[in-house]
Design a binder for this molecule. Structure first.
Ligand code: XIL
Length: 329
């Protein structure tokens, strides 16, 4: 008798999954059983929604929304402004030269308004800006076309437009390596700046692409407390725990070793232990995938390496980590 994960966690936070047209089609009942929040793995990204200027393609996104509506599921919108998966035309004029600040702001606003107005009342939270903070060096923000053309205030503008487009939506800044102390401080100071300038931001998304060796529980705890000190809500937005440690680049395994499974189980248990401790500030925990039969980590960061980062195995059966996570609730 396998309990529904989201039922088990109802008293703490929502449990979500990133889905795509394939998993939604093949595993719909399974997804609906275990998860009460859905995120589009790709189909709500800029390149998918507006591949050409003014030409919007909403079919797959609409399908996800319809399933969510019919089954009373929350949806997290992912994502509006990002340096990846955004078409080149966005940053160019028709003559091929680079767009200027005014044109790019106009396009940003158009995109945000068109998408958010369509899904008003159906998408409760949006990752408005994704991964804008730099991983290394002293720069706060990473180099990107959004930043170089508009300036550092592209983040402010994105949140302002998003709030105008749907005043009821909860607006998130989302990033990875969120628990790494140096990057944590950068994310913190960017979010703090937004709050201090009165920019409408309601939460921080911690992607939580973790592995067997990193980050430490202490670092996660410190990140949660630091972000929460801004009075913002936290969503765990893209959780997966690679079955490998950070240093382990082996690409020839066809199944996880016993040692890997044991370690993964222990890691999942302590992560959920910690997150439930902070359930007052964490509203939802979303996995970046459904089961080990398909995960983006099969190709990242080691190309072609099979990974087993989720709570369900390749046959959708609960792994030992599932039972530990259930037990922690
Ligand atoms: C990933 C998807 O899972 C892949 O299918 C796609 O090829 C690349 O993007 N951070 C994010 C997500 O914010 O959008 C990324 O999703 C994973 C890392």
């Amino acid at each position: 008798n396998i309990p529904s994960l989201s039922d088990v966690y109802k008293k703490h936070f929502r449990i979500g999954a990133a889905v795509n047209p394939m998993t939604l089609h093949d595993q719909e009942a399974f997804i609906l059983k275990h998860f009460n929040s859905l995120t589009a793995e790709n189909v709500m990204k800029f390149e998918r929604l507006q591949p050409e200027e003014g030409h919007f393609t909403f079919t797959h996104a609409d399908e996800l929304i319809a399933i969510a509506q019919q089954n009373n599921k929350q949806v997290r919108g992912h994502t509006l402004v990002w340096h990846n998966q955004t078409p080149d035309w966005v940053f160019q004029q028709s003559n091929g030269e680079e767009a200027d600040r005014q044109l790019l702001l106009e396009r940003m606003k158009q995109h945000i308004f068109t998408v958010m107005e369509r899904y008003k009342g159906k998408i409760g939270s949006w990752d408005v800006v994704n991964e804008a903070v730099s991983d290394s060096g002293t720069d706060l923000l990473r180099e990107s076309k959004w930043r170089s053309i508009i300036g550092d205030d592209f983040i402010d503008k994105a949140f302002e437009y998003a709030h105008m487009a749907d005043p009821d939506a909860r607006l998130f800044y989302n990033d990875y390596n969120e628990s790494h102390p140096e990057k944590r401080e950068k994310i913190y100071s960017v979010a703090k700046g937004l709050v201090e300038r009165g920019i409408p931001i309601h939460g921080i998304g911690l992607q939580a692409h973790w592995n067997l060796s990193e980050p430490s529980l202490d670092h996660i705890k410190q990140a949660i407390e630091r972000y929460a000190s801004l009075g913002l809500k936290l969503h765990i937005t893209e959780m997966d725990v690679s079955a490998f440690s950070f240093e382990d680049k082996r690409a020839d395994l066809t199944a996880p070793t016993e040692e890997m499974t044991d370690k993964l189980t222990e890691r999942y248990r302590s992560f959920f232990d910690l997150m439930t401790e902070y359930a007052a500030v964490i509203d939802s925990v979303t996995f970046w995938g459904v089961a080990d039969n398909y995960t983006w980590l099969d190709d990242f960061p080691v190309k072609g390496r099979k990974n087993w980062p989720l709570l369900f195995d390749e046959h959708l059966q609960p792994k030992p980590s599932f039972w530990e996570v259930v037990d922690v609730a």
